[in-house]
Structure formats: C-alpha cells, structure tokens
Design a protein around this ligand. Structure first.
Ligand code: 5RP
Length: 268
C-alpha cells in the first residue's frame, strides 16, 4: 500500500487495535432531517471526541463540523436520490476527488446496490471512484446498501456484495451484521465495518450487535442511529468504544452505559 493510502487508512482503523469506531451521520443525503439529526452540529459536537472517524457529506462537514477538532473524515460522495422515490438505489457520484482532497478526507464512501436494477451503475461508480482514488492515495469505503429490500441482509447476499466490493478495489467495506457473519468476513479480503441499521429496541441490543460483529471478525462499527437516536448518545458511543477497542463484553459495556447514566438502566 502506498504511504499516503496507508497513512489515511491508519487514521480511521487504528493501528494499535486494528479497529475503528466510526460515527455515521450522512443519512441526510437521501433522508433529509431525520429524527435527532435535524441540527447536525448539535448532534455531532458532543460525540466527536469519541469517534475515530466521522462519515458525513461535504455539506455537513463545511456547515456543522469544526475543522480544528474533527476526527478523520470519511466523505460520502454518492447520492442524488431521495427517500421520496420508489427506487432509492439510483445513485451517482456527487462529489469530486478534488473536493475530497481539499477537505482532507481520510476516505471516500459510496453505496453499491448489488442485485438491484442499478447494480451495474453502482458497481461501475465504484470502479470509477477507485481509479480516481488510487491516483491520490485515497481509501474507498464501499457501503453494501440494500435499498428498501431489508430481507436481503443474509450471509449469502452480503458475502457476494462485500466480495465484489473488495474485488473492485475498495480498501474497506461497510455492511450489515447477519447470522453466520463470520462467513462474510472470511470471504472478504479487506476489513469490514458494520452499520447499526434502524434504531434497535434497546441500547443493549445495539451493544450485543457490536460485540457479536467484533467476535466474528469485524474491524469495527460505523453506527449512526443507534448512537445519536439513543437516550444517552455519549454514553452509548463510549460503551461501543469499550467493546471495539478495549475488548469489553456486551455485559461490561452495558454496565458502563448504565453506570454513566443510571437513569437509563433498563430504558431505551
Ligand atoms: C446509508 C449509510 C449510513 O451511513 C448508515 O447506514 C448509517 O448507519 P446506521 O445504519 O447505523 O444508522 O451508509 O447507506
């Protein structure tokens, strides 16, 4: 790996643990002002000190994040569709590599939609992005998005999507946790980070998800809603850090969460 590429990636996936806690807050690029992310600066400021990397768009970076204190930036560069459309997989590359360099991004991220009508388009976007990114030493994060078809999140489908992303040159892949997740990890030659997905019933469910993913070989989490839509976002990201970087069990992380916010014990 070239020096610049390795240096950028090391800002995200910490070399001492080979793991990362990424905070995803790019949702507005197709969902608009979703719950608890209506004012990005207000949501993000207290969480930033605990995130190894922040996954956002250029619009949120420039308007809502202080460049002096920002962690590594994973810049969302795909989009151009909204939740109002039946087919949300019709994305293109919206942000140039020059912009990513100007913003001092540590990686660029785009979604791929394997198995949808826009499969070819999104995979071609990935190939094109990797070509451009290689020229400037920029890591690419491919996100194995499933559009509206959530039932697709099984090991067979995710192994296919993650492997294709790696074969096309992504340096790391964001995907979903699933039963037999170890099979997805095994067949993907680059690191995997997991999304949290829609907010789970309890904070404990999200901690279990993170713990199980790490046990089965994930390089970390790239969670959004299960952090900033939780009742105690700061305690939640700290608990995730304990699992990802300190080897804490889900029980231990949950204890830490409840200790720092006793009112939360048993709450959502
Ligand atoms: C959408 C994304 C989002 O960043 C990601 O899914 C958000 O994380 P979470 O699901 O944990 O809210 O990549 O395609």
């Amino acid at each position: 790996m070239d020096w610049g590429m390795e240096n950028r990636l090391a800002r995200i996936i910490k070399p001492d643990s080979n793991r990362t806690v990424m905070l995803a807050a790019d949702h507005g690029y197709f969902l608009g002002p979703i719950s608890k992310l209506q004012v990005p600066r207000t949501t993000l400021e207290p969480l930033i000190p605990y995130a190894d990397a922040l996954m956002i768009t250029r619009g949120v970076a420039r308007t809502s994040v202080d460049p002096a204190t920002a962690p590594a930036l994973v810049l969302r560069v795909s989009g151009a569709v909204s939740i109002l459309k039946e087919d949300i997989s019709h994305e293109t590359i919206t942000t140039s590599m020059k912009e990513a360099v100007r913003l001092n991004a540590s990686a660029v991220a785009l979604s791929i939609f394997v198995g949808t009508d826009n499969e070819h388009e999104s995979l071609a976007n990935l190939g094109h992005l990797v070509n451009e990114a290689q020229e400037v030493g920029m890591p690419v994060l491919a996100v194995t998005a499933v559009g509206r078809e959530l039932e697709k999140r099984d090991a067979r489908y995710l192994s296919l999507a993650c492997r294709i992303a790696a074969e096309l040159g992504a340096q790391f892949v964001k995907t979903y946790y699933c039963d037999e997740f170890e099979k997805v990890v095994e067949s993907c030659p680059v690191p995997l980070v997991i999304a949290g997905g829609p907010k789970l019933e309890t904070a404990r469910d999200a901690l279990d998800l993170a713990y199980d993913a790490i046990q089965k070989g994930a390089a970390g989490v790239d969670m959004g809603r299960n952090v900033w839509q939780s009742a105690a976002p700061v305690a939640m990201i700290q608990a995730l850090r304990a699992i990802v970087h300190e080897g804490a069990s889900a029980d231990r992380a949950n204890e830490l969460l409840e200790k720092s916010t006793p009112v939360l014990a048993g709450a959502r």
